[in-house]
Design a protein. Structure first.
Length: 114
């Protein structure tokens, strides 16, 4: 089983990034999926989760209206579109899912700075 995040990088405030989470070894359409982030010196926080059908999405208040989670079950991939990025969005972003949310990726760094 693998969960691999990609798409992170350095972006200026107000910019956008799209993160991808490609899963192998399990079928994401059977499970809810989540994005977490962890900033330096802070605890890991849940950014957003999406149900197995995609019909329910729950966002942290800090990202509502700016981030959008989506899933492409045919590609077994989950995405996180991040717009209007702020310096406080700087963190390592992790994808999480599978049975009992047991699978984690290695994370992708997002840095928002001018």
């Amino acid at each position: 089983v693998q969960v691999v995040e990609s798409g992170g990088g350095l972006v200026e405030p107000g910019g956008s990034l799209r993160l991808s989470c490609a899963a192998s070894g399990f079928t994401i359409s059977s499970y809810g999926m989540r994005w977490y982030r962890q900033a330096p010196g802070k605890e890991r926080e849940l950014v957003v989760d999406i149900s197995s059908t995609g019909g329910t999405r729950n966002y942290a208040d800090s990202v509502k209206g700016r981030f959008t989670i989506s899933r492409d079950n045919a590609k077994n991939t989950v995405y996180l579109q991040m717009n209007s990025l702020k310096p406080e969005d700087t963190a390592v972003y992790y994808c999480n899912g599978g049975w009992s949310y047991q699978y984690w990726g290695q994370g992708t760094q997002v840095t928002v700075s001018s």
